[in-house]
Design a protein around this ligand. Structure first.
Ligand code: KDG
Length: 363
């Protein structure tokens, strides 16, 4: 397996610089603007100056996204439960860096919280790759059971070796395809499309297998890359496609649902270890509670968003189960290769947990 993890002094410097600047207001596409939802959506009475601990929490998505709403919920719970002794500062739109950079900042304890998709987390703990196996989870409920159960916990525990603590899984969602060239209905339609992927080797290999030209890129660079035609398309869940205004630069949407993408709520281990026991429990419980709220918000938003995209002028293509099955068959050799790499015993355990969850969810 190739490794795409790039660790550079430059990225540390960049993150440190941005952190020092603090919450400059940015819009969904990363450019500076006036408006709502800045870093400081302060909870009354919880001043940084009065607090013993400050959590700087950063995400890649914008302040319209259910992920940011979940982060505000986390802030509210933690500040209320600690009487303001922990102060939470929230940053969106990659203000503190991209997913990989923010994870590196957690390792250095120069940032306390980030909530990336599992895909880039696999560059730190390779077993996370399993959650990005195409067509792994049949629906959100089964994903919840597996992630919130034994399997999910096993992987969260592994993060400690990487100086991070995994507190909960939140939801990014089923990933769909958009592009500026043509409707994508079946596997053949991927041929030759230049697609931005997350920084994850399995994603790269799977899209290559489908005949596309995948190119890994940080989320913060994506809108401009599509606008300038550096890439023809990308794949992300509905909420991101709509709320980041991708319809302005993409004409075609297909509900490929090729990967269910979880978020992982990560905290710097050094910071977590330095908290009193009582506060450790508060942040853990708050991450779980805010995650439940975030999943609900995400699922509610999804009900409206397809119609909204159509209204914005995107051509919607519904992918049939047969076409999805053909895509799954094409990428199976890639899945097999990564299963070997991660360990087939562990991957079998995951399949087993999914089967059990499917039975529970049906009951
Ligand atoms: O805040 C999370 C985002 O940074 C990122 O994980 C979004 O799915 C994503 C992508 O495509 O990069």
């Amino acid at each position: 397996m190739k490794k795409t993890l790039l660790t550079s002094a430059f990225s540390f410097a960049l993150v440190a610089g941005l952190t020092a600047c603090g919450g400059e207001e940015t819009d969904g596409n990363g450019s500076a603007s006036e408006g709502e939802g800045a870093e400081t959506e302060e909870t009354e009475g919880n001043d940084a100056a009065d607090a013993t601990y400050t959590i700087e929490a950063g995400i890649g998505l914008n302040n319209e996204h259910p992920q940011y709403k979940g982060l505000l919920e986390f802030k509210e719970i933690v500040e209320a439960e600690t009487d303001g002794d922990i102060h939470v500062e929230t940053y969106h739109s990659s203000q503190l860096g991209d997913d990989r950079e923010m994870m590196e900042s957690l390792q250095l304890n120069t940032q306390e919280v980030t909530i990336p998709s599992t895909a880039p987390v696999a560059n730190f703990v390779e077993e996370f790759t399993v959650f990005d196996f195409p067509f792994l989870f049949p629906n959100e409920q089964v994903a919840d059971e597996v992630l919130d159960g034994e399997i999910g916990d096993q992987l969260l525990d592994k993060l400690e070796e990487e100086e991070m603590v995994g507190l909960a899984y939140w939801e990014n969602g089923f990933r769909d395809l958009t592009n500026s060239k043509r409707p994508v209905e079946s596997a053949e339609d991927f041929e030759g499309l230049t697609l931005r992927t997350m920084e994850n080797d399995l994603h790269l290999d799977a899209f290559s297998e489908l005949g596309a030209n995948p190119t890994p890129m940080a989320f913060g660079e994506l809108f401009t890359a599509m606008q300038q035609g550096t890439v023809d398309g990308q794949e992300n869940p509905l909420a991101t496609i709509y709320l980041e205004s991708f319809y302005e630069v993409q004409d075609y949407y297909s509900d490929t649902h090729h990967v269910y993408s979880p978020f992982v709520f990560l905290m710097s281990k050094q910071f977590y270890d330095g908290l009193p026991d009582e506060y450790q429990t508060i942040v853990e419980d708050a991450a779980v509670e805010a995650g439940e709220f975030q999943r609900e918000q995400n699922r509610e938003a999804n009900e409206e968003l397809l119609a909204d995209l159509e209204e914005e002028g995107m051509e919607i293509t519904e992918v049939s189960d047969e076409d999805r099955a053909e895509m799954a068959e094409i990428v199976q050799p890639v899945i097999d290769e990564y299963a070997e790499e991660i360990g087939t015993d562990f991957v079998d355990e995951v399949y087993q947990a999914i089967e059990e969850a499917e039975e529970n969810v049906e009951e």
